[in-house]
Write a protein that binds this ligand. Structure first.
Ligand code: C2E
Ligand code: MG
Ligand code: MG
Length: 722
């Protein structure tokens, strides 16, 4: 026997060397005893000889294996590779050390690292395989030994396989999690809005999330969905998990299954969060981050009186949309530089998020803040001109640690947090009163804030008791005085039982997240009114007159509801109110929200008969293109443009708005008409309808219905956008 094993590859024509004493065990006996696998394959690709080790691998006796097709003993998973190797080897090419699994009743049993030798005979090429036997782990052991949670789902979304780690992460029994794909998707919030959804490159599918049937979306989709979620593990512990669902098409059957893998990243996540919190500078501008700014202001307060200027670039959202993120980011960077340059070197300047910046400056009097606020405004102008050749403006809110006029027991030591909160409050006032200005947080504002808090409490109480009411203001044809519609306005009552106009509390409701619930109660009352008008109209048998259409104001949080159309239809349906008498009023200022989230739902509603109006048109700077892209049929022109005097800027805007309505084939409604002169001018300019104290104050629903009945408008074909 040679001391060195021969090099792999074809052997020489002389054949292999073999020497044995005459009384030594025969070659067959030795082969049978060998622990290594030996398989000889004949030129017609049949098993010509096997030793015991090889037969044992297959779970058979050597005699049962001989004569079978060589490919029959290969595990189906390796068939293609085995066939390819054999043909190549027959063709005289090299065969590296392949690993081919042999098949034992459909299970791959052992991995065999094979060395193949070619033996040329007149009848063809014989191949002798020999190789090491390596036990493979069975799939179950393998799955249980990895620290990644693995769950396999069948085509119907049922769990076919899950490992120990999955059970640990989700708190179920290994083997049977007791959950299907739909339930797991829900638990891991996989379809909410994936952090990453990447195409697998297979047939494109428009059934990506969100999808009405989560299992189908994940199984049939062509995307890998990844999500970082915080879940409750066993014993109530919280864990952060990186979950990934990947649709897998099975190679042999072509069936679609899904593979869910989960990694416990609780520790990593905590470290990332801590790192982020420690980040002291803002990446984009290099200014102090929010946490750093707050820390610096807190220490500045202890050194003496400090003023805080909180600023927010006006209409930054539209700048972002018009110029793109890159340019908008550049504006932020230039503004940051200008801001630092415009303020004294003792100032602390930070970026608190998005387009919000804040500065803290030592001040002696609160009027020092006026000068600083003016410097900030100049900085914004310079930044806009030099970066985008655009006049950009900024709104500023200020607050300071100066003497607190409140009674001593109501005073508390100022902190960075309260100063920033107060400056933010002042900033909101600056925005509300027209932007491009500074507002100071003063005692009036403290009172205003207290009032807002009380308002929010009152709104909450009304909501809980289901007592939000509506007042309905007539929308009138100015030429005939007929009522063509109305607008439902939310009302709550004060302590004396008097109705409080929405303008006084809607903001408090919006800031406290209650506005969606207000919208819902208003819609419910409105649906009841529409149904009642409908019934009366039928009872009276007046086909010659048209039922008024009633508008509801929807806030951006309502418009962003994923179920907007279904919800609206359900509320109307519950009262038997027809959809074609509802007008959905959308404030022009929430256009960016609706374009992305609600345009489709609005279109579906409009297709089914609803009217869609832009409210307060003129104050939000919606472009013609934006309006054209949305299913709008009514423009409600904001009351600030409803004027009596021709020749003013506002009159020009009014004219342009009416032109735009005509160009878009929309109905126009002028809001807030209070005087005959205004009305006359509007009629002159060709407005379709008016709404204001002159033609009708908001009325309770019964009074409105009675009023509408005496002022039915004749049936005409209303103007509607296609
Ligand atoms: P809006 O949708 O523009 O409603 C018109 C507002 O103008 C109403 O105030 C109405 O009473 C008032 N108004 C009508 N005619 C005149 C007039 O001739 N002169 C003056 N000065 N005012 C007039 P209201 O009811 O206080 O509502 C204010 C705003 O609150 C509404 O403006 C709307 O944006 C919002 N709002 C009202 N109800 C709801 C609601 O249910 N949900 C939501 N999200 N917002 C609502
Ligand atoms: Mg409105
Ligand atoms: Mg309005």
């Amino acid at each position: 026997m040679p001391a060195q094993p021969p090099p792999p590859g074809p052997v020489s024509d002389d054949g292999p060397a073999w020497a044995a004493a005459s009384d030594a065990p025969s070659a067959e006996e030795i082969l049978a005893l060998l622990g290594d696998v030996v398989v000889v394959v004949s030129p017609d690709l049949r098993v010509a000889a096997v030793n015991d080790a090889a037969a044992a691998l297959l779970g058979e006796e050597p005699g049962e294996v001989v004569g079978r097709s060589a490919l029959e003993v290969v595990h189906p998973g390796d068939l293609e590779e085995a066939a390819d190797l054999l043909t190549r080897f027959h063709g005289g090419r090299e065969m590296a050390r392949p690993s081919i699994r042999l098949d034992r009743d459909g299970e791959p049993t052992l991995a065999v690292e094979l060395v193949a030798r070619r033996v040329e005979r007149p009848g063809g090429t014989w191949i002798v395989f020999s190789g090491r036997v390596e036990p493979t782990l069975n799939t179950e052991d393998l799955m249980d030994s990895v620290g990644v949670g693995i769950v396999l789902f069948d085509e119907a979304g049922g769990v076919t396989e899950s490992n120990l780690t999955a059970a640990e992460l989700l708190g179920g029994d290994p083997g049977s999690l007791g959950l299907d794909l739909t339930q797991l998707a829900d638990r891991l919030r996989l379809l909410d809005r994936p952090d990453v959804a990447e195409s697998t490159g297979r047939a494109p599918s428009d059934s990506g999330p969100p999808h009405s049937d989560p299992a189908a979306a994940l199984l049939g989709g062509s995307t890998v969905v990844r999500r970082r979620v915080d879940v409750e593990g066993p014993h109530g512990s919280r864990r952060v998990i990186d979950a990934e669902v990947r649709p897998v098409r099975m190679r042999y059957s072509g069936r679609s299954v899904a593979l869910l893998t989960m990694r416990d990243v609780t520790a990593e996540h905590a470290a990332e969060v801590a790192l982020l919190e420690r980040a002291t500078t803002d990446d984009l501008t290099g200014l102090a981050s929010r946490s750093e700014f707050m820390a610096q202001v807190d220490s500045a307060i202890s050194a003496g009186p400090v003023g805080v200027l909180f600023c927010d670039l006006d209409r930054f959202k539209s700048i972002n949309e018009r110029f793109g993120h890159g340019e908008a980011d550049r504006l932020l960077q230039v503004f940051a530089r200008e801001l630092v340059a415009a303020l004294p070197p003792t100032a602390t300047v930070g970026r608190l998020g998005g387009d919000e910046f804040a500065a803290a400056v030592p001040v002696r009097h609160d009027h020092d803040l006026d000068d600083h606020a003016e410097s900030v405004r100049q900085a914004a102008r310079r930044a806009g001109l030099s970066s985008l050749h655009l006049t950009t403006t900024v709104s500023v809110g200020t607050s300071w640690t100066g003497p607190d006029p409140r009674p001593a027991e109501k005073q508390s030591a100022p902190t960075a947090a309260t100063l920033v909160e107060e400056a933010d409050e002042a900033l909101r006032r600056a925005k509300r009163t027209g932007r491009d200005r500074a507002a100071h947080f003063d005692t009036d504002m403290r009172a205003w804030r207290a009032e807002q808090t009380a308002m929010a409490a009152a709104v909450r109480e009304h909501l809980e008791a289901g007592r939000v009411e509506i007042a309905v203001q007539p929308v009138v044809d100015p030429r005939t005085g007929r009522v063509s519609g109305g607008e439902a306005l939310a009302r709550i009552r004060d302590a004396d039982g008097e109705l409080v106009p929405a303008a006084l509390w809607i903001e408090a409701a919006t800031r406290t997240g209650l506005i969606g619930a207000v919208d819902a109660q208003v819609l419910d009352r409105t649906a009841a009114l529409i149904a009642a008008l409908h019934r009366r109209h039928r009872e009276q048998g007046r086909p010659d007159v048209a039922l008024p259409v009633i508008g509801v104001n929807l806030s951006d949080s309502t418009l962003a509801r994923a179920d907007l159309d279904d919800w609206l239809l359900a509320v109307l349906g519950s009262h038997g109110a027809p959809l074609d008498h509802l007008v959905i009023e959308i404030p022009e200022t929430v256009f960016p929200v609706i374009r992305d989230r609600s345009a489709d739902a609005l279109r579906r509603l409009k297709d089914q008969g609803a009217w869609v109006a832009i409210d307060d048109f003129g104050v939000g700077y919606a472009s013609l293109a934006e309006v054209r892209d949305l299913p709008i049929d009514t423009l409600k022109i904001d009351r600030s443009f409803v004027v009596a005097e021709p020749g003013t800027t506002h009159e020009a805007i009014l004219r342009a708005s009416l032109e735009m309505a005509r160009a878009l084939d929309c109905r126009s409604v002028a809001e807030g008409v209070e005087t005959e002169r205004q009305l006359a001018l509007l009629v002159d300019l060709g407005v379709d309808y008016v709404q204001g104290y002159l033609t009708g104050r908001p009325l309770d629903p019964e009074a409105f219905a009675a009023h509408a009945e005496t002022h039915w408008s004749p049936v005409t074909t209303p103007r509607r956008a296609p």
